[in-house]
Design a binder for this molecule. Structure first.
Ligand code: 5U1
Length: 684
């Protein structure tokens, strides 16, 4: 580890060598972090290296190269962006909005190529903005927006700030010229954080991640772009490389050169393969951290692409199969107020039913009173409803035109609509909370819903209706009361027959044997989500150890900051919560302790897994958490260092990658064996 001012340590020639070594190392870590999604060093270690390089370059400015990782952020642009003429036009894509249109396109391909079947790539259609990156002798020379396809804007200074874009190609034999095309997107989580930030600063918010990505790339100050959570994914190249014969090979080559490409790209062999890829991406859509609005199909064989050519400005060999629209207009019938698990009051818009994003939507969140005021949304208005990545639809804006006919601005109630308790403002937040605590039946119901949910205790058959009845009839006060229920009591509930009651009793009984992270998450401690619960479980191993820890000890766990630590300590200090935990344990709720080696190491420490395809016995996030609880790392892409690829049904391109890198491929049974071995009693 190096510390201290660079000048004290290095003579000029040594400084040059050290700067070169640091640049290579930092560039490699960047690539692992931003492209492979598989970092091998901590953020702190990375910062130490970067600071050392900065210090050396400050001391010896002649050592600075344009590709240095310290040089991503350049000076402000004086005036607007220059126009750039694309050497090869940036094409657009023909669209298909249903399966029949895909069928017709595929039939045309077979006809034109005179083939029985045509291999076609299926990849996600990212909802961002298209850019072209020009590399001369391996160095990034220009970045340009698509513009009208013929002429775009020079955004070189801004694309340089995007860490997943290599400033220099990762090869010793770069092509003389290469133009890489792809999409710049903003992550959904980054978009939410950015809007929160802009909102706090009283600035205008972005409507969606695509607009935010476009707005961020068109900043005159690259330092602002550098702070925005932008990602680049390559989807094409203008190249004279004649060794490439398929689109798939182009992607592999681009990846070797240092560009991220979408994961889960597949090669379909026939029409049904294409349509099932579309279904799979539609299912995946909500789990991704960036918006996709369809699937792009491309003929895999490059000579067949040439043969097919273009019609107007779109290639005949490619097609965008769009997903159902995610924004629609409807009428806001009224605004109801829901009380959440922690008492937060959330205004929810009641809508005239509207089909959006593939489902009929009747309710949409309005977040809080400030948001309603800011958007000036009033009952009776025509509103734009968006159902994007998150499953909860939201009201984006009002498009009311006739001010005179509008209702009065909406106001948040001053009493809890469920229990009549006073409502208080949550410190430092826009939200307000019911002060009723567990006296408030709404809070009790939501806490129980959370407790039984799939990621928590996973009790099937305890839906909202049943919970509402159990609470309203005074049969259940705390989660522990669920374990006191008997079949006869359940059969007394509305629409609960003999069989359903028995199934529910069995499901409750089965949930008695659980995992520590599930139990911890189920308790509903504020700010402790599933990921934090997993981190706490694998760090401490027992509930008692977590309950006995002080804030400082808790903060040594990754993901736990002072606020989370404070909530955990406060939760376990509360007598009522201690009683519920004792009660649960007395009623037979137990978790299998995670095995540890004598050294304190977890059984899968040092191992890295990647998940692909659909698992039958659990969803991928549950598998990820279980592996992480056992100390393994779970990453998004396969590399030579991956311990194993866990592959469910309909795996994506990670499967071929694992095969080519000779990474062991494990089926679902092998995963279950692994979990049974190290977490007995938690897997059936
Ligand atoms: N994923 C992806 N998006 N997209 C957009 N691939 C892709 N290809 C495109 C466009 C405009 O064009 C090529 C087919 C030329």
């Amino acid at each position: 580890m190096v510390s201290g001012p660079a000048s004290e340590k290095f003579a000029p020639e040594d400084a040059r060598q050290r700067a070169d070594a640091l640049r290579s190392e930092i560039t490699e870590h960047n690539h692992r972090y931003y492209v492979l999604n598989d970092p091998t060093v901590s953020d702190q270690h990375y910062d130490v290296l970067l600071r050392e390089l900065e210090a050396l370059e400050t001391e010896y400015p002649s050592l600075i190269t344009p590709e240095s990782p310290t040089q991503r952020v350049g000076a402000k642009l004086g005036e607007g962006f220059q126009s750039v003429r694309h050497q090869v036009p940036m094409l657009s894509l023909a669209n298909a909005f249903n399966d029949d249109e895909v069928l017709a396109w595929y039939a045309r391909l077979k006809d034109a190529l005179d083939q029985e079947t045509v291999d076609v790539i299926a990849e996600p259609k990212l909802d961002g903005l298209a850019v072209s990156l020009r590399y001369i002798e391996g160095h990034l020379q220009q970045g340009a927006t698509r513009g009208d396809g013929t002429e775009g804007e020079d955004v070189t200074q801004n694309v340089r700030t995007i860490r997943s874009i290599p400033l220099q190609l990762r090869t010793h034999t770069p092509p003389a010229e290469l133009e890489v095309r792809g999409e710049i997107v903003m992550t959904r989580s980054g978009f939410r954080r950015l809007n929160e930030h802009l909102g706090e600063a009283g600035q205008k918010l972005f409507v969606n991640p695509r607009n935010a990505a476009a707005g961020s790339l068109r900043q005159l100050d690259p330092a602002i772009t550098a702070k925005r959570p932008l990602q680049f994914y390559a989807y094409g190249a203008v190249t004279t490389n004649t060794q490439l014969t398929t689109q798939y090979a182009v992607y592999q080559w681009l990846q070797e050169l240092g560009f991220p490409i979408s994961s889960d790209i597949t090669v379909a062999k026939d029409l049904s393969g294409l349509l099932s890829a579309h279904k799979q991406f539609l299912r995946l859509r909500d789990q991704l951290d960036h918006d996709i609005d369809g699937v792009v199909y491309k003929v895999n064989d490059l000579s067949a692409q040439d043969e097919l050519g273009f019609v107007s400005r779109a290639p005949r060999w490619a097609l965008a199969h769009k997903f159902p629209a995610q924004e629609e207009v409807t009428r806001l019938l009224g605004i109801d107020v829901q009380v959440g698990r922690t008492g937060a009051l959330t205004p929810v818009g009641r809508l005239e039913p509207v089909f959006v994003g593939g489902v009929t939507v009747t309710n949409a969140t309005l977040h809080n009173a400030d948001e309603i005021k800011r958007k000036d949304v009033r009952p009776g208005d025509q509103v734009v409803v968006r159902r994007a990545g998150d499953v909860i639809p939201e009201i984006v804006r009002s498009i009311n035109t006739d001010q005179a006919k509008r209702s009065d601005p909406w106001k948040m109630p001053t009493e809890c609509p469920e229990c009549g308790s006073a409502v208080e403002q949550i410190e430092g937040q826009a939200a307000v909370r019911c002060t009723g605590g567990l006296v408030c039946p709404a809070q009790r119901k939501r806490a129980l819903e959370h407790f039984v949910s799939r990621t928590a205790m996973n009790i099937d058959g305890l839906g909202t209706q049943v919970i509402n009845q159990l609470v309203d009839e005074g049969l259940v006060q705390t989660p522990a009361d669920l374990y006191r229920l008997d079949k006869e009591t359940l059969m007394g509930l509305e629409r609960m027959g003999d069989k359903s009651a028995q199934n529910l009793i069995d499901a409750i009984d089965q949930s008695r044997k659980t995992q520590l992270d599930r139990l911890l998450f189920a308790l509903g401690i504020r700010e402790v989500g599933a990921v934090t619960a997993t981190a706490l479980a694998s760090h401490f191993g027992t509930l008692e150890a977590i309950a006995a820890s002080d804030a400082q000890t808790l903060e040594s766990v990754p993901d736990v900051g002072p606020i989370v630590a404070h909530h955990i300590v406060a939760f376990f200090n509360e007598r009522h919560n201690q009683e519920v935990i004792e009660d649960l344990q007395a009623l037979g709720v137990e978790y299998a302790p995670v095995e540890r080696h004598e050294s304190g190491e977890l059984p899968l420490n040092g191992q890295t897994y990647v998940l692909t395809g659909r698992l039958e016995s659990m969803d991928r996030s549950a598998a990820k958490r279980a592996l992480e609880t056992l100390g393994a790392k779970v990453t998004g892409s396969v590399s030579a260092k991956t311990t194993g690829l866990i592959s469910g049904a309909e795996p994506g391109s990670k499967y071929q990658k694992a095969e080519s890198l000779k990474v062991p491929i494990l089926g679902e049974e092998a995963l279950l064996d692994l979990l049974r071995t190290h977490m007995p009693d938690t897997v059936e």
